[in-house]
Design a protein around this ligand. Structure first.
Ligand SMILES: NC(=O)c1ccc[n+]([C@@H]2O[C@H](COP(=O)([O-])OP(=O)(O)OC[C@H]3O[C@@H](n4cnc5c(N)ncnc54)[C@H](OP(=O)(O)O)[C@@H]3O)[C@@H](O)[C@H]2O)c1
Length: 240
């Protein structure tokens, strides 16, 4: 049975991805920041889906280490890793939105926290898992990016923390793709589209379930020749 790890699965795209991969026969390790407070996966797990909940805060080294120890003791190979956990200016912990958004109000800790959660944490988690990815069959890492990470598509100022972090996700994707190519591991950055989630809000155009279906196809179907690319959830290429 194939195994997938999906981070940030306490709602939104993370739950949709967990459902989608479990329905296609994967054993899903769905991670949440706090086991006791995270209930969004409960209906899915209670319905009998092959989804196991595990605790992981990607901004904490000790949390990453505990998660890796748990994963290594229970699983041998890893086929898909989806670095989905993410925050924007509004979900940036105790920081005010303007502190990562607007020139004149920017603050170091706020900017660093977004980069930590969206980029540094996912990269360190991936690094911790590379030996298991290397033994998987055509394993795949998907880093959830955003159209807001596209430098070519940026037409206005502001939103420094989130936009900058997603551009960095794209660069990390490309570097990882080169480093993991010799093992046949494919690495993609994916813009999931504007989805109706806590982050995307009610006016968004996409169901996270539809985005998840597209992301699953990318993970299963895109060949190694495309590794290091930036794609939309429907498989079309995204401008850098
Ligand atoms: N929604 C959109 O329109 C949109 C558009 C482009 C890209 N994206 C990207 O898509 C991904 C999923 O977003 P979403 O829309 O599903 O947002 P969401 O509903 O806000 O979900 C984000 C998830 O990330 C988790 N998370 C936050 N900080 C974390 C940390 N330090 N460690 C581990 N997990 C953490 C959250 O956990 P808690 O519930 O515990 O906070 C939550 O489960 C993100 O990377 C986002 O940037 C979303």
């Amino acid at each position: 049975m194939k195994t997938a790890i999906i981070t940030g699965a306490n709602g939104g795209l993370g739950v949709a991805l967990s459902k989608c991969f479990a329905e296609r026969g994967y054993k899903v390790i769905a991670t949440v920041r706090d086991m006791n407070k995270s209930t969004s996966l409960d209906d899915l797990i209670n319905s009998g889906a092959n989804v196991e909940k595990a605790e992981l805060d990607v901004s904490s080294d000790s949390s990453i280490e505990s998660f890796l120890n748990l994963f290594f003791s229970n699983h041998s190979d890893l086929d898909v890793l989806i670095n989905n956990a993410g925050i924007n200016s509004k979900s940036n912990g105790e920081f005010m939105p303007q502190s990562s958004l607007r020139l004149g109000s920017l603050e170091r800790e706020s900017l660093n926290h977004i980069i930590d959660v969206n980029c540094t944490g996912p990269l360190l988690l991936t690094q911790g898992l590379i030996h298991r990815l290397q033994t998987g069959n055509a394993a795949c890492v998907i880093n959830i990016s955003s159209w807001l990470g596209s430098i070519g598509k940026k037409t206005g100022g502001g939103n420094y923390g989130y936009c900058g972090s997603k551009s960095l996700v794209n660069m990390f994707t490309r570097a990882l793709a080169f480093d993991l190519q010799e093992y046949g591991v494919r690495v993609f950055a994916v813009n999931p589209g504007w989805m109706r989630t806590k982050m995307g809000g009610v006016n968004a155009t996409l169901n996270p379930e539809d985005s998840a279906e597209g992301i699953l196809k990318i993970a299963t179907d895109l060949p190694v020749e495309e590794t290091g690319g930036f794609f939309n959830h429907d498989g079309s290429k995204h401008e850098w």
